[in-house]
Structure formats: structure tokens, C-alpha cells
Design a protein around this ligand. Sequence first.
Ligand code: PGA
Length: 253
Amino acid sequence: MKKFRKKIVAGNWKMNKSIAEAVDLAADIKRELAGNVDVDVVLCPPFTALKAVGDIITDTPIKLGAQNMHWETDGAYTGEISAAMLRDIYCHYVILGHSERRAGFHETDALVNRKVKAALAGNLAPIVCVGETLPERQAERQREVVGGQVRKSLAGLGEDLDRVIVAYEPVWAIGTGVNATAAQAQEMHAFIRETLAEMSTAETAAAMRIQYGGSMKPANAAELLAQPDVDGGLVGGASLEARSFVEIVRAAL
Ligand code: PGA
């Protein structure tokens, strides 16, 4: 029997928006989504706008997420932010291991794993990104690559594994306008769930949420979100405007 999983749609604003722009966008999304309780909605503004966006959504079910954090709790780590600092401003989620950080900032699976453990210890729900590059897909290595990322990034979590949200984000689909087809997404999501089951139990894997990310937009969201193993979206470009983000959230209802 298929376990009920509440869909989760997160907006990854990346390095965009001033505080004033972020506040406007959050206020528009809040107004449009008033009354929604059927989809978990997460906004992930840049660090500088977290507090201001948090203040806007504080009286709603919309939750705040960060885009990165450090694995240590405190200390001499110039330029870094800890899980406790994010909790301090009422963050509930943190995106970890995004492909832009893996590719541009040398984040390995081992490092992502440290961050995931620190996030869980700090009472944040990690959204852990995995996904193959175009050459890897062309070589039909997507299962090997993504399976390895899941196993290594989420190693050693024990009973806490089910607090993790996995985001399948094929790198070739991010910011390109070319999304994975619904069939490609479903195949990889089912594979990720099988991998999670092998790492824990079928019951745990059935309860975990796996988001799709990579050029998700109003035109393709409904079809992607209708797949049995697609439990939500991690939305970049289309989350920068209230109208397109809200349409995607509605497609998840
Ligand atoms: P995109 O980004 O929706 O702009 O492709 C998704 C992501 O990077 O999380």
C-alpha cells in the first residue's frame, strides 16, 4: 500500500533578491497561498534576507530554509554559518549538497555527509541534492552516480534518515529550461527510494520525500508531481516570481 507523503515545494532563490525584494516576494506568496495546508512550502532566500522573510511568514505554515551551512557548531570559520545560527532565526530547513556547491565549491559526498549530520543534530531538516551531469547521463551512468551520492551523502544516519528530504536534480536540467521528462524523473525517484530502502527499511524509504528539481515550471509541474515517487519540487528560476511559484505549489495540491 502506498504510504501518504505530504508534498513539499521549496523555492531556492540562490544569490538573488535584496532584502526589500525578498520581503515583497514573500508577502506576495503568503497572500496567494493563504489557507493552504495541504502542501509544505519552504522559502530559501539568501542569508541576508532570511530574517526579514522569516518575519513575513511567521504567522503562516510557510517555512524558512537556508541554502547552505557549515558542519561545525561554532569557531574560527570565517564567512560560515552554523545550524544553531539558522535555528536562531527560525529556519526549519537547509539545502545541502546542491550541484552548484558540489561543482563550484568542491563539496564532496563526505563533506555533504558531515553537513547533513550537523543539520540533523541542530534540529534542521536537510534537503540533500543529488543528480548526474549530462556526460554521465549520456554514458548511462545516472544510477551509478546518483546511487553513490545517496549512499555516501546519507551514510551513517541511522534512525534519523527519515528526517532527510532528498532532491533529485539532474545537473543538465538545472537552469537550462530542459527538464527531465516525467518518465525520467519517476524512474530515478523510484531508484532513489530503492536505494534508501536498502540503506534502511522499506517502511522508512516509503515515508521519505523525494523532490524533483531542474527547470520545474508551471507548464511541467503537474505532470512531474503526478508521478508516484515525485513528492514535491525544488524550484530555482520559477521561484523568483510569486505567480509561477504559487502555480507550482497549486499543481502539487
Ligand atoms: P532551476 O533550479 O529550477 O532554475 O532549474 C533548480 C535548483 O537549482 O534547485
